[in-house]
Design a binder for this molecule. Structure first.
Ligand SMILES: [Cu+2]
Length: 263
């Protein structure tokens, strides 16, 4: 459809990007995207901390920080996807003939470069943050190794059991003294499970013939929920038990009441 005066040149990628931003539907998509982004940022900063389980260890505090930060970081991505969806839903084509497709975004150099670089940076942040956090936890475990309580945790379809090696007590409840490091040595007698004392902010696989170790320090009195975080069969969802973080004195009383001895 070119006329004699204007040569029919393809627009450059830069011009295509600028033209894209001038389109009415693109502007609306961006406004919707910004609104969704703002909603997720508010959710991450204010709602998540309220919805999270009680924080009963520094590990759980670190988990909260990560969840909040990752929610805020990924808010623009969710915003973009939901922005496009909202625009599509609120601006449906009416009539019989569908309009022709626009040019594919994958051939738009600047857009492809921006989104590759931005998602690359997001992934790098996630990886580096994760490694740093793991390192912090490993260092704490090493530093606390001598004074830790050792609890052997065994998963089986579909119950948890806890053995206090040094105290000579076995229990189906996880009882821990406050402010004392604990080392969980986790295994399974059948299929793979995952040991998850929710409020302590740690989670580790429970595998047959293997012992996986995880360390934490409970720093708040109260109830703990213990769940299985690995689909392990029919009653996986019911593989729960309760626990409690109590004072050192109450813990020792509980140990002796169950036939154990102070270690
Ligand atoms: Cu399970």
């Amino acid at each position: 459809m070119s006329n004699h005066d204007e040569p029919d040149l393809k627009p450059t990628p830069g011009a295509r990007a600028t033209n894209l931003l001038k389109r009415e539907d693109v502007k609306r998509t961006m406004v919707f995207g910004l609104i969704w982004t703002a909603i997720f940022v508010v959710l991450g900063l204010y709602a998540y901390p309220k919805w999270m389980p009680t924080i009963m260890s520094t590990d759980m505090k670190a988990m909260e920080r990560i969840m909040i930060a990752f929610t805020v970081i990924s808010a623009p991505i969710a915003g973009l996807v939901l922005g496009i969806a909202t625009q599509a839903i609120t601006n449906r084509h009416k009539g019989d003939t569908p309009p022709p497709d626009g040019p594919a975004v994958r051939t738009n150099g600047p857009v492809v470069i921006i989104w590759s670089v931005v998602s690359g940076i997001f992934c790098l942040v996630a990886v580096v943050w994760g490694i740093a956090e793991l390192n912090t936890m490993a260092n704490a475990a090493t530093a606390d190794a001598k004074e830790s309580i050792h609890v052997e945790v065994t998963g089986s379809q579909w119950v948890w059991s806890f053995k206090y090696v040094d105290q000579g007590v076995e229990s189906d409840k996880l009882i821990l003294p406050i402010d004392r490091p604990v080392e969980f040595e986790v295994t399974s007698v059948d299929v793979n499970h995952s040991f998850w004392p929710v409020q302590l902010g740690v989670k580790v696989d429970a595998n047959r013939l293997q012992t996986t170790v995880v360390h934490t320090v409970p720093n708040k009195l109260g109830a703990i929920d213990i769940k299985c975080a690995e689909l392990c069969g029919l009653y996986h969802a019911y593989m729960e038990t309760s626990g409690e973080v109590m004072t050192e004195e109450n813990f020792n009383n509980w140990i002796t009441a169950n036939g154990g001895h102070k270690a």
